[in-house]
Design a protein around this ligand. Structure first.
Ligand SMILES: Nc1ncnc2c1ncn2[C@@H]1O[C@H](COP(=O)(O)OP(=O)(O)OP(=O)(O)O)[C@@H](O)[C@H]1O
Length: 575
């Protein structure tokens, strides 16, 4: 809970307002009891007329209104504090996720991440909106009541002092018991959310493999696990409410008995004092009991808060980009200098050396699993070499500002992400500069999707689903090419489709690449012989090793494995 209380007490103004309203609530509780007792005392014992007690009635109404107003203000401050805290957590988590490099982003389940961002953050609400205000009230109101009781009747005050600690003591015991349980509940909820989203995303695959029944069972098990964990927490909550009720009723009973004996048998206290204490005593225990429930809510939040701080405190894995600027005049010179990279589990690339001239077309070639996409990610700056460097012009890539590098770069993957929105919106994310509808149309024409747009009823304003539902794989890639035309970057990373393209699409793609190469260096993970043969330079990878580089002819002559690969692609013909 340390993390949460630090955050709560950093909002000083709100805490001050909570303290101020708590003092006022305390004062109105005492005032309300006083007026109530005074009215009864004067009507029944002094037999005063209605007119005589009228000022007291007005006073009672005023303090009642005041109590309502200050309680509302106190609650509202708590809710505001909670909303500030939740915003803080959401922003920090989103920032954390967005700073994560590609490798970290790809780890774990999306559903779990969404659950941390949404559910765990929602779960800390109770700490700020309920626990903190109630804790402040408990530190103030019972003390005020106790002081008043002591001024009236010292023995009742002593009974209150002796019985009151049982409530926090009991809560502390419950706290220890529920800590593990509430953490467990949060963990189960995240697991359940993760499983659920995963299943939704892969529903078609599961159906095709006839595994939906089994998955249904797994979701059921996961949801039952969450239910049981929730019931465990609720069980403790119910038992603890019962016990708190029992302790406070018993304490009020003892006070009532003691007062009654002194009033009736010994006649040592006045009716006013006895009644006043009897009315104040339940208010005293009520505040403590309310704190008991708020404490329980706070405990629930602490499980979520632990998860959030765990997520936030995970080692910062950002790359640390520099501050250097990169000129836009012409594409940069790119060099791999002794670059090595390895994944945590296994695959590695060692000591890669290469020079890529501005405006050249480079093909990365190799068998499946040779490391082609990994190399493309390294060029993109999405992953960092373990040793050696990628030099851009005369500086290491990570010396530049991240923004500068990404503004010069386009990455056309095999499965580009299409956001839900219109096609025009999706093309427009290619560039942050102001653009017109005409610019979008021109970019689409160059990417060969203008004809497709015309065939659609709503043209460029046709909505597409999340992830590009409603577009074919080839159309998605051409849409990504249109983004690139709009952006006009100086370096283009292209992951060529592995699937066979129809002649027309193949032709469009070729024309697009030729056009793009007029203003940019193009580094392509190449699968088609045409791209490979036309490249100015080929980087031939084999199991993470750069086995050869040069033109197609150079490699045919010098690298045996390359010759074999080309021959296999051509069915034995290497010419
Ligand atoms: N995140 C990762 N963590 C660990 N190993 C990985 C990771 N991503 C890829 N690999 C491994 O690295 C190797 C190279 O993968 P990469 O995707 O670069 O190959 P590729 O040449 O692009 O293959 P393909 O042509 O099939 O796409 C593979 O053995 C792969 O299993």
């Amino acid at each position: 809970m340390k993390h949460l209380s630090r955050l709560a007490f950093s909002h000083r103004k709100m805490i001050m307002l909570l303290i101020f309203t708590s003092v006022l609530i305390g004062a109105t509780i005492i005032g309300q009891s006083y007026f109530f007792v005074a009215i009864v005392d004067r009507i029944f014992l002094d037999e005063q007329s209605f007119r005589e007690i009228l000022p007291l009635l007005v006073g009672l109404l005023l303090v009642l209104a005041g109590r309502t107003l200050f309680t509302w203000l106190n609650g509202r401050t708590g809710v505001k504090l909670a909303s500030k805290a939740k915003r803080h957590y959401r922003q920090s988590i989103i920032k954390k996720f967005s700073r994560n490099p590609v490798q970290t982003s790809l780890q774990g389940q999306s559903g779990r991440k969404v659950s941390v961002l949404m559910d765990a953050v929602d779960e800390v609400d109770g700490y700020f909106s309920s626990y903190v205000p109630q804790m402040i009230q408990t530190m103030i109101i019972p003390v005020m009541i106790l002081i008043v009781v002591f001024t009236q009747h010292i023995y009742s005050g002593l009974i209150m002092i002796i019985t009151a600690p049982f409530i926090p003591l009991f809560m502390a015991i419950i706290g220890v018991m529920t800590k593990k349980k509430s953490e467990d509940q949060m963990e189960k909820m995240n697991a359940f959310s993760g499983k659920f989203l995963d299943t939704l995303q892969g529903l078609t695959t599961l159906k095709l493999f006839g595994r939906s029944k089994q998955q249904q069972k797994e979701i059921e098990t996961s949801s039952l696990g969450f239910r049981d964990a929730t019931m465990e927490v609720l069980k403790v909550a119910f038992v603890s409410s019962l016990m708190l009720e029992f302790i406070s009723m018993l304490s009020i009973g003892i006070i009532a008995l003691e007062i009654a004996i002194r009033l009736v048998v010994f006649e040592s206290v006045s009716f006013f004092t006895a009644f006043f204490i009897l009315i104040l005593a339940p208010e005293f225990y009520l505040t403590l009991k309310d704190f008991g429930s708020a404490f329980h809510t706070g405990r629930g939040s602490s499980g979520a808060a632990n998860q959030l701080s765990g997520e936030l405190e995970k080692e910062e894995e950002g790359f640390g980009w520099g501050e250097a600027k990169l000129g836009r005049e012409k594409p940069p010179l790119i060099q791999l200098k002794d670059m090595s990279f390895r994944y945590e589990k296994g695959f590695s690339m060692e000591n890669l050396q290469a020079t890529i001239l501005p405006r050249s077309q480079v093909a990365i070639v190799g068998k499946s699993g040779a490391g082609k996409s990994t190399l493309l990610h390294l060029f993109a700056g999405l992953m960092k070499p373990d040793s050696g460097e990628i030099f851009i012009n005369d500086r290491p890539l990570f010396d530049y500002q991240q923004r500068e590098w990404f503004s010069q770069l386009s990455y056309i993957s095999q499965n580009p992400y299409i956001f839900s929105g219109t096609i025009a919106d999706n093309i427009a994310i290619g560039d942050e500069k102001p653009y017109t509808r005409n610019d979008i149309k021109k970019a689409a024409e160059k990417a060969g999707i203008a004809a497709l747009m015309e065939s659609l009823e709503q043209g460029y304003d046709t909505p597409v689903g999340e992830g590009g539902r409603g577009l074919s794989g080839g159309e998605k890639q051409r849409l990504a090419i249109a983004r690139t035309f709009l952006k006009r970057p100086s370096v283009i990373l292209f992951d060529e489709p592995t699937t066979g393209l129809d002649l027309k699409t193949e032709h469009i793609l070729q024309r697009s690449i030729e056009e793009l190469s007029r203003f940019a260096t193009i580094i392509t993970v190449a699968h088609r012989l045409h791209t490979i043969k036309n490249a100015d330079q080929i980087l031939f990878l084999d199991n993470g090793e750069l086995k050869g580089q040069g033109t197609h002819e150079d490699l045919l002559e010098t690298v045996e494995d390359y010759r074999a690969m080309v021959s296999a692609q051509q069915g034995g013909d290497t010419t």
